[in-house]
Design a protein around this ligand. Structure first.
Ligand code: NAD
Length: 492
């Protein structure tokens, strides 16, 4: 089998109870290649009946699946992992054409997704909850984890291949049924993932796909047959999802937007830090929840560091994601490009110094694409819009600080707490930042702080609503409930 990587593609389908179906409401939208502006597919939105059918199929399939030996439940995941490896390049090719990022970035995000499938295959060990003989006189106690039913995940456009896999493998390995609602902006790669799911041998109804937008999400959140929801997207929506799901008595974890800082101290390897700064802020066109775009630099090395960042940013090649030499691809939509342009204009209006202007970039052959080159501001103030709000574009803002304490203060004043990154040669500075930075992910001399699949992934403050994060062990807790058996078997 090979996946169809050449658009235009047929309309995106739902995958309900093991069957492909066209979403049945009257609404929908075009899927457009952000580099060419051409329509490459169309996604219809699901009706309430479509969602009902998926939930009912999930509930029915759960009855048998949750009782199957855990070893049996992970066999389709091994098969899925193998299929993901075999079709890695094809999935990446599809992803580039609907998202705009580069082929290497698309492969990288899929690799991160595959790693979650691998971790979930360890569920026989991860699901164990504990046993204590002689917990009381003649009494042994055993805790067990049990799956709960049907879960859903509602995901963002920026990592359409990886984010569904933060959830899906853990949900089904723990014995639940799972329904994905991918972003309507780039839903084709999710369909390709489900073409592989279809091959992998899951029972019908255990893994399902429903397409749609706001109404589809609300129907899922209001549905009595759904036990819990995971969400990844922007902060205002994350907050609404958290409130609505909780009001409906569901488990919920909602990952929101971000504004991430880099701290550079005078003892840092400045070349390395400048390279990592530019790649963190500009890779995937800056459309990453981990993009570090506010760069706080100790003043003794500020001028030197700013020069290195500008040089590094100037060396980036903007272009089509499938061209080998491209470092920075297209932004998702013209509307989003225009929002990033407005942010750049606000930086100028609010008094930051524009050192590199990416607004005039022209890509031959891709005149209709949503392209922006790397843009660098210096002398940014933490209160400016470009330093306090998420940009989601290749824009970097630098500011000097007197010392590490002021740097930490700038970082902690942010409304967001997704990630930060520190570059330093000082263990004492590193320790201080580890202890004081109010963020969920912290990189030390490592660039963008993206944890591996066996660690949880999630932020703080306005970047996250809930308690259990994505990936790894947190997902086992999210997808199961615990019971304790207190047993007394006196000697007859
Ligand atoms: P978005 O909030 O617009 O959409 C995310 C999902 O929510 C989509 O599936 C969409 O259909 C649905 N949705 C949109 N508006 C809705 C509404 N009013 N009610 C119900 N559902 C709605 O986000 P996006 O533009 O797709 O993604 C970018 C955002 O996601 C950025 O803010 C980024 O930082 C964030 N993000 C966060 C993380 C994280 O781990 N914290 C990871 C990736 C992306």
């Amino acid at each position: 089998m090979s996946l169809n990587t050449t658009p235009p593609w047929d309309d995106v389908q739902n995958y309900i109870n093991g069957n492909w179906q066209t979403p049945s409401s009257d609404e929908g939208q075009s899927v457009v290649n952000p580099a060419t502006g051409k329509e490459i597919s169309y996604v219809g939105f699901s009706s309430t009946d479509d969602i009902d059918a998926a939930v009912q199929a999930g509930q029915k399939a759960f009855e048998d699946w949750s009782e199957r030996p855990v070893e049996e439940r992970i066999q389709p995941l091994f098969e899925f992992k193998q299929l993901l490896e075999e079709h890695h390049d094809e999935l990446a090719e599809v992803l580039v054409q609907e998202h705009g990022k580069t082929f290497a970035e698309a492969k990288g995000e899929l690799r991160r997704g595959i790693e979650n499938v691998e971790v979930a295959c360890g569920i026989p060990s991860m699901m164990q909850a504990g046993h204590l003989p002689n917990a009381a006189p003649d009494i042994d106690e055993t805790a067990v984890r049990k799956p709960l039913g049907v879960f859903t995940a509602i995901t963002a456009f920026n990592f359409p291949g990886m984010i569904p896999l933060w959830f899906l493998p853990y949900a089904v390995a723990t014995g639940n049924a799972f329904i994905l609602k991918p972003s309507e902006q780039d839903p084709v790669v999710a369909q390709r993932l489900f073409e592989l799911i279809d091959e992998a041998g899951f029972p019908d109804g255990i893994v399902q796909l429903v397409n749609g937008s706001v109404d589809t999400v609300n129907t899922l959140l209001d549905h009595d047959g759904i036990q819990g929801a995971s969400f990844v997207g922007s902060t205002p929506v994350a907050k609404t999802i958290y409130e609505r799901a909780a009001a409906n008595g569901k488990r919920v974890q909602a990952q929101g937007g971000a504004k991430n800082h880099i701290i550079v101290t005078e003892t840092a390897d400045l070349d390395f830090a400048a390279r990592k700064t530019v790649s963190s802020a500009c890779a995937c066109g800056g459309e990453r929840c981990l993009a570090n775009d506010v760069v706080v630099v100790e003043e003794s090395v500020y001028e030197e560091f700013v020069d290195r960042v500008v040089q590094e940013a100037e060396a980036q090649t903007v272009g089509y994601g499938l061209d080998d030499e491209t470092d920075i691809g297209a932004l998702i939509t013209p509307e989003h490009e225009s929002r990033v342009r407005d942010m750049i204009a606000s930086g100028i209006d609010e008094g930051a110094e524009l050192l590199l202007d990416g607004r005039d970039v022209e890509i031959n052959g891709y005149e209709e694409g949503n392209f922006l080159g790397p843009t660098v501001f210096s002398d940014v103030d933490p209160e400016m819009t470009i330093a306090s709000e998420e940009i989601f574009g290749p824009v970097i803002g630098l500011l000097p600080v007197t010392d590490i304490d002021e740097a930490i203060d700038v970082l902690n004043r942010s409304d967001f707490g997704n990630a930060a990154s520190l570059f330093t040669g000082s263990g004492a500075d590193a320790r201080k930042v580890r202890h004081q930075a109010d963020v969920g992910n912290l990189g030390v001399n490592a660039g963008t702080a993206a944890p591996m699949a066996f660690f949880h992934f999630g932020g703080r403050k306005d970047s996250f609503f809930g308690d259990l994060h994505a990936q790894g062990e947190d997902m086992i807790h999210f997808y199961t409930d615990k019971t304790v058996y207190i047993e007394r078997w006196p000697d007859a």
